[in-house]
Design a binder for this molecule. Structure first.
Ligand code: AMP
Ligand code: GLY
Length: 437
């Protein structure tokens, strides 16, 4: 079968690497992809939010399945678009795939609000008694009440722009007056544009974070390997937040007892809640959790896989990813069970100098041709190819994932490979997995 994967980051390179291993996958297209995905399939220059052009591409190239990497097309309704404008499958393909039309893996726009609207996600959790920080939601209409609520609230206090704000919409504040200033700027001065017209104000939870990945067909689910990512730019988790500087899987503190609590208190109520509310959700639910004492609380939902978590989850997933995607589309995930590689997989992300602030692009990347042993994988993120050279084209440039019998072994193996790669301004954290080493 022919598959189209939407996206261009390290997540998509890891997914493309995994999809390509499936005997079910004939031609893999990635739109728009990066210099790394070009080694797994064919990159196509399409905008991931230009749904009519994507549909035309599917018709012209006999595509049987679309997998959506990032949240933006989902929140903007790519699944809804293809529901209203289905791409028919040939009689043979329909019989073989046991599907009527080309499926798009991901939730519809309504379900994608789990990520696209923090207020929607919090209300969903409240309806289904899923543990999360206590909160209230405010906008221009109840602004004064919000100010009063903040004034009385314990510190630190967390302010969240309701909508998508490129990972920047969460503020954690230690001072009431500053919190009120930020709250005002979010609602009255559109600090995060329309995204902060509504603000969720919530209690600060103190603990250690992890990412849990659920693949659901709206009725059944499977759990993929969990991971922990390292969001801060600086060693020892200091400095500004980034998209993610590295990840480890499995997460040593997520033992069987804790994961059972996650399943019972979070995963099952989430999937049952989607079904009860008749939300058409056939895709990934990324649950951002925090372990407070021995108990899991939900910090956020995302309607997609994590990046760079996918770069450690895919290497540890033993199942055929295409089979899992088809089972999702057919609502047959109940028949699947996930097998995980027992080893650790750790990834270290190399970024452009200046990131997550301003940075330059177009730097030549050296050392990509080095021999890499079979325990290590190199995934591209912000890269592009030009006249045979691979150039940087984003803040997060590439990451190196290694397997190991310990976090330390895996991280060291990745750092060894990174030592042979260079581009002007290149930076990476040397302490990924430090708590477990
Ligand atoms: P989010 O965009 O919701 O993932 O928030 C970004 C980051 O802010 C999270 O990864 C957490 O580190 C932190 N965060 C968000 N909400 C809370 C909370 N209620 N308590 C403590 N930290 C939080
Ligand atoms: N690594 C966090 C995220 O993908 O949102």
């Amino acid at each position: 079968m022919n598959i189209l994967l939407l996206g261009s980051g390290g997540r998509e390179h890891a997914m493309a690497w995994k999809l390509k291993q499936s005997p079910l996958c004939d031609t893999l297209y990635i739109a728009p992809g990066n210099a790394g995905t070009a080694n797994c399939g064919q990159n196509v220059s399409l905008s991931i939010t230009d749904f009519p052009s994507i549909r035309q591409f599917c018709l012209d190239n006999d595509i049987h399945l679309i997998i959506v990497g990032p949240e933006e097309p989902l929140v903007k309704g790519v699944v809804d678009y293809f529901k209203s404008n289905p791409v028919p499958l040939s009689a043979d393909a329909a019989r073989e795939l046991k599907l009527e039309a080309m499926p798009v893996i991901g939730p519809d726009a309504f379900g994608a609000q789990l990520e696209g609207s923090k207020a929607f996600a919090k209300a969903f959790m409240e309806r289904h008694a899923i543990p999360t920080a206590a909160y209230r939601e405010f906008n221009a209409d109840n602004f004064e009440e919000g100010v009063e609520y903040i004034r009385q609230h314990s510190l630190p206090i967390v302010l969240k722009a309701d909508g998508l704000a490129a990972g920047k919409g969460v503020l954690i504040l230690n001072d009431h007056e500053e919190a009120i200033r930020e709250f005002t700027s979010m609602i009255r001065e559109s600090k995060f544009g329309d995204a902060s017209k509504t603000v969720v104000v919530e209690a600060f939870l103190s603990g250690i974070e992890l990412s849990v990945f659920v693949l659901t067909d709206g009725k059944n689910y499977v759990l993929l390997p969990e991971a922990k990512d390292y969001k801060r730019i600086g060693e020892g988790d200091t400095g500004l937040n980034t998209g993610g500087m590295g990840a480890v899987s499995p997460v040593p503190f997520a033992d069987a007892g804790f994961m059972q609590k996650v399943v019972d208190r979070v995963v099952k109520p989430t999937v049952n809640g989607l079904q009860e509310e008749q939300i058409d959700y056939k895709g990934f639910v990324f649950v951002g959790l925090i372990k407070v004492g021995e108990d899991p609380y939900v910090i956020e939902y995302n309607c997609r896989m994590g990046d760079p978590e996918t770069e450690v989850v895919m290497p540890r997933l033993k199942n055929d990813l295409v089979e899992l995607m088809l089972a999702t589309a057919r609502q047959e995930l109940g028949r699947q069970s996930v097998e995980q590689d027992a080893r650790f997989a750790c990834t270290v992300m190399a970024v452009s100098g200046g990131y997550p602030g301003d940075y330059e692009k177009g730097k030549k990347i050296n050392g990509l041709e080095q021999e890499i042993n079979s325990e290590t994988l190199l995934f591209h993120a912000g890269t592009s190819e030009q006249n045979g050279d691979v150039l940087t084209s984003g803040g997060r440039v590439l990451c190196v994932t290694s397997y190991g019998n310990s976090v330390k072994d895996a991280v060291n193996a990745s750092k060894k490979v990174l030592a042979g790669i260079s581009f002007e301004g290149m930076y990476f954290r040397t302490d990924i997995g430090y708590e477990f080493s």
